[in-house]
Design a protein around this ligand. Structure first.
Ligand code: TXA
Ligand code: MG
Length: 353
C-alpha cells in the first residue's frame, strides 16, 4: 500500500469552518479519491467518497478491515439523502426528524450511486448525519456522500482523540483533521426499520428509551444476546474494542473485586483495573484507570476508549473492569465492554439472591 506522509490539521475552536484551509484541502483530497480521518460527535471516522469502489478499497486497506463489513454513509443535509437511498418510510422520516444530526444510523435501501464496496455487496446502506461542525463542513465541502467507519485499526478501540487516529493510521492515510476529543465517545446506534417496528442492531449514542419516545415499537436484535444467532449488523460479529492485555468483567461489590485482584496478583500477574471514581476509593491494584463517576455514565462512556487504549502503554498482564447498569448510554457502554472482554465475566456467585 502507499506510504503517506500523513498531514495533521488542527481545527479546534475555529469560526467560519467552511472557509478553513484544512477543510478545503481535506475535501480536495477526498474528491480525488483519498482517505481522510475527521471528528464526529461519537468517534473519529475514516472518510472516503462512498460512490467510488477504489476510494473505499483504501479505507479497508488502511484499517485492515474484513471486507464483508459494510460502512456507514455520512451526509451533511437532508437533501443529500437521495444520493444514498431510493426511498424511506414514514417511521424512518420520524427518526431523522427527531435525531439528525446525531448518533443514529438508519439502514435504508441502497441506491445505485453508492459503491458496492461501501455496503460490502448488501442491497441496504446505513446512513447518518453526524452532529459535529467539522464533519458537517467537510461533507458539505465535498458535496459527496462520505463513507466512514471508525478511524482505528480493525479490532482496536475506536478513536476519541486525534492522537488515537495518528497512532493507528500514521503513514496509512492522507490526513487527519484533529479537533480534540469527541463528545459521546461511543459509536452511533444502528437501526433497521420495518413497517412501524424499529430494531436496534447496534446499541449506541441514542438509547432504546429515546427511540421509544418517537416510535411505538422498538426491539433489540436477538443476536445481541444469543451467541448462536448471526447478527444482522455484520460488524457486531467480530471481536472489537480490545486492548492488548485480556480483559475480564467483574460482577460484584468492591470486596469481591479486590479479592479477584489479589488472586491474580498472588499468581504473579500484573493487574490493571478499569473502574469508576467511587470504586477507586475502595480497591487497589498495579495500574488503576478511572472512567469517571458511576453516577455520570455519560462521562464513563466518553472516557472508555481512551482508557482502554491507555493500558497498551503499560505492562499489565490482565485487565479487570467494573460493570454498569444497562440503561441509557449504559446499553452501549456495556455492549462495548462485553465485546472488549470477549464476553468473559467473573461473577460473585456466592452473593447472589
Ligand atoms: O458513530 C459511528 O457510527 C461511527 C462514526 C465514524 O460515524 N462509525 C462507525 O462505523 O462506528 P463502523 O464501520 O465502525 O461501524 C458500522 C456498523 C458495523 O457494525 C456495520 O456492520 C454496520 O454498522 N452496518 C453498516 N452498514 C450496514 C448495513 N447495510 N446493514 C447492517 N449493518 C450495517
Ligand atoms: Mg468500528
Amino acid at each position: 500500500m502507499v506510504q503517506w506522509k500523513t498531514s495533521r490539521w488542527n481545527v479546534e475552536n475555529v469560526d467560519n469552518l467552511h472557509e478553513h484551509p484544512a477543510i478545503q484541502e481535506a475535501a480536495m483530497w477526498m474528491k480525488e479519491g483519498e482517505v481522510i480521518a475527521f471528528p464526529t460527535e461519537t468517534v473519529y471516522g475514516l472518510g472516503a467518497n462512498a460512490c467510488s469502489n477504489e476510494a473505499i478499497e483504501k479505507i479497508f486497506e488502511a484499517k485492515g478491515r474484513p471486507s464483508d463489513n459494510p460502512l456507514i454513509v455520512h451526509i451533511a443535509e437532508i437533501e443529500q439523502l437521495e444520493q444514498a437511498t431510493t426511498t424511506w418510510s414514514e417511521t424512518a422520516q420520524k427518526l431523522m426528524d427527531a435525531f439528525w444530526p446525531g448518533p443514529l444510523t438508519i439502514i435504508l435501501p441502497k441506491n445505485e450511486r453508492i459503491a458496492e464496496r461501501t455496503t460490502a455487496g448488501l442491497s441496504s446502506v446505513g446512513v447518518r448525519m453526524p452532529d459535529h461542525p467539522v464533519a458537517l463542513a467537510l461533507i458539505k465541502a465535498c458535496g459527496l456522500p462520505i463513507a466512514a467507519p471508525s478511524a482505528n485499526r480493525s479490532g482496536k478501540p475506536s478513536p476519541t482523540k486525534g492522537e488515537h487516529v495518528y497512532k493507528d493510521l500514521n503513514g496509512r492515510i492522507k490526513g487527519i483533521i484533529d479537533a480534540g476529543s469527541t463528545g459521546v465517545g461511543l459509536e452511533s446506534t444502528v437501526v433497521e426499520v420495518s413497517g412501524d417496528v424499529v430494531t436496534i442492531l447496534r446499541p449506541g449514542g441514542i438509547s432504546k428509551a429515546q427511540l421509544e419516545e418517537i416510535v411505538d415499537h422498538v426491539k433489540l436484535d436477538e443476536a445481541l444476546f444469543e451467541s448462536g444467532q448471526v447478527p444482522r449488523s455484520p460488524g457486531m460479529k467480530y471481536t472489537h474494542y480490545a486492548p492488548d492485555a485480556p480483559l475480564f468483567l467483574v460482577e460484584g461489590n468492591h470486596v469481591f473485586f479486590q479479592k479477584v485482584i489479589d488472586q491474580y496478583e498472588a499468581e504473579g500477574q500484573k493487574v490493571g483495573i478499569l473502574i469508576s471514581n467511587e470504586r477507586a476509593e475502595h480497591v487497589t491494584a498495579n495500574v488503576i484507570k478511572c472512567l469517571g463517576s458511576s453516577n455520570q455514565v455519560e462521562d464513563v462512556a466518553q472516557n472508555l476508549y481512551h482508557q482502554l487504549r491507555s493500558f497498551d502503554d503499560t505492562d499489565v498482564d490482565i485487565i479487570l473492569a467494573e460493570m454498569y447498569p444497562v440503561d441509557g448510554i449504559g446499553e452501549a457502554l456495556m455492549n462495548r465492554l462485553m465485546k472488549a472482554a470477549g464476553n468473559r465475566m467473573i461473577a460473585d456467585n456466592h452473593n447472589r439472591d
